[in-house]
Every structure is written in C-alpha cells, then in structure tokens.
Design a binder for this molecule. Structure first.
Ligand code: CU
Length: 539
C-alpha cells in the first residue's frame, strides 16, 4: 500500500471537513465496479453479521454465491483477492453482456423461520420457475427443517435486453428483507464498441503521462450505452442503503428463539415490525465511512466486499453507476462538478434527432439524489475550470521546464492536443494565472492570495503544503526545504501523490454519521490525482 498526501484547494464547503477526514486514512486504495460474470449465476440467500465502524456487528441477510462464479470482472489478475462469499451486502454485482440470456438460480438458505424469499429484476422480462408463486414473483421456500434442504430453489431467466445499471432486490416481504440486506446490482454492458470509444484493454492514450507508466484498464466496457457519447475512462458503482439496528436485533432474537423449527409449524415465522423506522447506519456499498475507503475484497469485511473510493485524473470521463437501495432517499453530492445523467434504469435519455444527430438529454445534477430501487448512470469529470488560478502552478519565469508547459486551447478551451502532456485537459483560460501574491517557492506571483509559509506553519501531517495539483508543482511551491521538510510533508514525501481531495457525501447531514457520531455514514473522498501519479484500481 502506498501512502498518500492531499492538497486542499479552497472550496469553502470542503475546508470545514477535510482536515478532520484526511487524518483517518493514510493508505490509498481504489475502487472500480467489481462483480461476477457468466450466463448462469447460482446465488443463495443467507444470514451473517456485517460490521460497522462503531464496532457493531449487525445481524443481516444477503445474497451470495452458492458455487464459484464463472469469472470476475475486473478479473482476478487485475484485482487479486476477488471473491464471492455465500453471503454479502450488497449481493454480488452481476455483470452480463447485452442480449445475453441470464439465468439466476436462487437457493433459500435463510433461517427456516424467515420464510420464503425471492429476487426481482425490474426492467427485465423475467420467466420464473420453481418454488411457489408469491405476490410479485416466484419465491424459494425455506428449508423445511435445517437438515432437509432440497426444495428451496427458484430460477429466474431473462434477456439482458439493453445496457445500463439496474437494481435487483427481494420481492418477498420487502420492508423486512430489503432492510436486512437482500439487494444488489446488475450491470449490462454493451456488446459493440461505439465509434470513437476505446475498447477495453486498448489503453487510451491519455492513460500515459510523463513519469507515469501506462495504467491497467479496469473498465467493464468501452461505453455505458450503445452510444458514442457514453464512452468513459473509469467507473464506480455506489449503492446507497440504510439500516435500523433495532429491526436487525429483533430479527436475530426471533430467529434464535425459533432455531430448528419446522416450516410446517404455525409458530415458525417472524413477526418483526419495520415501523417506526430509525436508521442509524448509512452505507455506501454496505460499508460506512471510513470502512468504504478500505480495499475491495478486504479480509476484515468478509460479507461487505465492495468499497467506495473514487480516483481520477483531470479530464477523464468517469462513469458513476448509482443505485438507491433501502427505503430512504439520499441526496448524494459529488463535490468538484455536477453529474451529467446519461440514463436511468437502463434507459438512455435522448432528445429528438436534430439534423440526424441524437443528443444526450439527461439532466445535469448537483446532487444525484438516490431513490429506492432507482439506478442512474452519469458522467463526472474534473478539470480545474472555474478555480480562477492555475492549479499546476505554472511559472513562465521558472528555470524548470515542467513549470513552463504550454496550454493550447481546443474548441472547448482545454489543453487536449498532446494527450501525454502533464497538463492534459488544463483549462487554458487560467493558464499561468497566479494564485499567490508572494509565493515562497517556484510558482508565479502577483495573485490575490497570501498563504502561510509552508516551511513554518503546521498544516497537519497530511496536508501537502501547497494548493497546487501534483508533486512537481507542490515541490516547487513549498520552496527550498534544506534539512527541514515543509510541515505537512513530514509523513508524506512532497514527491508523492499530491492529489486534490473532494468530499463526496450525503447532503442530509445526519447521514454522514455512524450511529450519530460524525464523521461516518455515506461519505467518501474523491481524489483528483495528478497525471504524474499512476492510478491503480487494484487493491
Ligand atoms: Cu457537500
């Protein structure tokens, strides 16, 4: 694991919280959208305990693999430790190809007293066989007794008719079973590579920058939809849910009291009220902050394999796959930019054709407010446009050639001609625009801000010591260090990561707590890494 260092920029809403948060995680791990692949998925529903950062071990139900999946994507060669346990929250992310016929065999291994269970695949035309007919779909019976388990499987078959991200979840007693953790995601990837998108495995040219070897490709597909305007460079899946631990405690007490009961016994069932509802845990991919920033498949979370820890380079098109699970809405805010929604529930949102061209028509969202059961695909990117200073700390008077990189605006105003340039996608209008009035190091002066001398002020161990992006600018900005390193670079070398950190979190403030303690809950840190830094989405 690498250590990392973060510069802070002057976004006012971040200044409040970032200094607290960056202390909490010193190692860098990444994300992507990991899941299992195949045409037939053998899933099971089971109980287990999931962990929360306050030390709680919460009795939960979840889907998992009853046999090894055909494969993982990203493959285990790219993401070592990839696994599909017999119970996980959220359930395994099912990654399938557009047009493929998908079969999901669900075996009910919940406690007998929990009764039937099932899976809904909203948006698909599902044929269900086996089990018994329930209110919404066929349901798998529980084991008649703990030792006689032969009739507890149901099968769902459907064609993955169109690309996109969708939710799946229990269609049986949803108020209790979804609360307990029976939900997951299905990602349908396009079969064809739209014109202009880069096929998976063919590294986009801008993955390579000076001092940075080519990055591995962790994308599931070249595009989110069958449309060249949905190409992307990187992707993350975030599932939002909440838990009321009182419900889980009650379920555990009743399950325990009925241990070994026979399904035919009139007392072998649960009666767990799900109202009033007082959730205390607010989770992204089944984990609360800071656990969501630990690696995918981390051993300390055997039933919560997926993390939430986005990284990106300036200008990269980052696909966010966002699903509301649970029962509450969560106003998730991606600091740093808005999110352009491509589609919802696998439906690409297009305007009518104009002169033969089909235009994206999804909204530009400040908060991607999740709605239970709803999935959104959207594009996020960050370039530094609007900062009104040169985040690369360019200095035309410097003797360092890296401080004098050119910025040639394309039609949109960005420096995109040289894909391997360190300042690829710089917003040229701010090029050479100084930030500091009288800087201490080798960055341009004459700007509006007077910052403390990074060699004197104690900024905190994880502060990079400069407001500039990347090691080159940071080293230049902190000036000569002699034998005493600038404060803030004591724990981390100024030649390290030096990214910009943006908090991504629920804008319902109670939801960024864990059991009412801040910080926690639905919160993660998105890092914009300089292109000098190689992003490795493996653990
Ligand atoms: Cu915010």
């Amino acid at each position: 694991m690498r250590t990392m260092k973060m510069n802070t920029t002057f976004s006012k809403s971040r200044l409040l919280l970032v200094p607290v948060l960056v202390m909490l995680f010193a190692a860098t791990v990444y994300a992507s959208a990991p899941g299992i692949t195949g045409t037939t998925f053998n899933l099971t529903a089971r109980d287990a305990f999931i962990s929360q950062p306050d030390g709680a071990s919460v009795y939960s139900w979840g889907y998992g693999c009853s046999s090894a999946p055909s494969g993982f994507n990203p493959p285990a060669t790219l993401m070592p430790g990839a696994t599909c346990p017999t119970m996980q929250v959220p359930g395994p992310t099912l990654i399938v190809m557009e047009g493929q016929t998908v079969t999901v065999n669900l075996t009910n291994n919940l406690p007998t007293s929990a009764g039937n269970t099932s899976i809904l695949f909203p948006g698909f035309n599902v044929t269900a066989t086996g089990g018994v007919v329930g209110l919404l779909t066929h349901e798998a019976l529980p084991c008649p007794t703990p030792t006689a388990c032969t009739t507890n499987t149901v099968s769902y078959t459907f064609v993955a008719s169109s690309p996109g991200t969708r939710a799946y979840y229990s269609g049986t007693q949803g108020d209790l079973q979804v609360e307990m953790g029976l939900y997951g995601a299905i990602i349908v990837v396009p079969t064809a590579v739209p014109t202009g998108c880069t096929a998976v495995g063919s590294i986009p040219a801008h993955y390579v920058a000076p001092g940075n070897s080519a990055e591995a490709d962790y994308r599931l597909a070249a595009s989110a939809y069958d449309n060249p305007r949905s190409c992307y460079d990187r992707e993350y899946l975030f599932q939002f849910s909440e838990m009321d631990p009182g419900i889980h405690k009650n379920a555990l007490a009743q399950v325990t009291a009925r241990t070994g009961c026979a399904a035919t016994s009139p007392t072998c069932h649960l009666d767990v009220p799900t109202e009033p509802y007082h959730p205390a845990y607010f989770m992204i991919n089944g984990r609360s902050m800071p656990d969501d920033m630990d690696p995918n498949y981390a051993r300390e979370y055997p039933h919560q394999p997926y993390n939430g820890n986005p990284h990106m380079h300036p200008g990269e098109q980052v696909l966010l796959r966002i699903i509301g699970q649970g029962r509450w809405q969560h106003p998730f805010h991606e600091h740093g930019n808005h999110v352009r929604i491509l589609g919802r529930d696998g439906n690409l949102i297009l305007s009518s054709t104009t002169a033969g061209e089909v235009n994206l028509a999804g909204p530009l969202l400040f908060t991607t407010t999740t709605t239970p059961g709803l999935a959104m695909d959207g594009i996020f990117y960050w370039t530094g446009k609007g900062l009104n200073w040169d985040p690369y700390g360019h200095n035309p008077a410097s003797s360092d050639s890296t401080a004098k990189l050119p910025c040639t605006p394309d039609a949109n105003g960005y420096n995109t001609a040289a894909t391997t340039a360190l300042n690829y996608y710089e917003w040229c209008q701010d090029h050479n625009k100084p930030l500091e009035a009288a800087p201490f190091g080798d960055v341009a002066g004459g700007g509006p801000a007077t910052l403390p001398d990074p060699n004197i002020l104690a900024n905190g161990a994880w502060f990079g010591g400069s407001p500039y992006l990347g090691p080159n600018a940071t080293v230049r900005a902190v000036g000569p260090t002699g034998t005493t390193p600038p404060s803030g670079t004591i724990a981390n070398s100024p030649t390290g990561e030096a990214g910009f950190a943006f908090m991504w979190h629920s804008h319902n403030e109670r939801e960024i707590t864990t059991n009412n303690i801040f910080p926690g809950g639905m919160l993660m840190m998105m890092l914009v890494d300089s292109r000098e830094f190689q992003i490795d989405e493996s653990n």
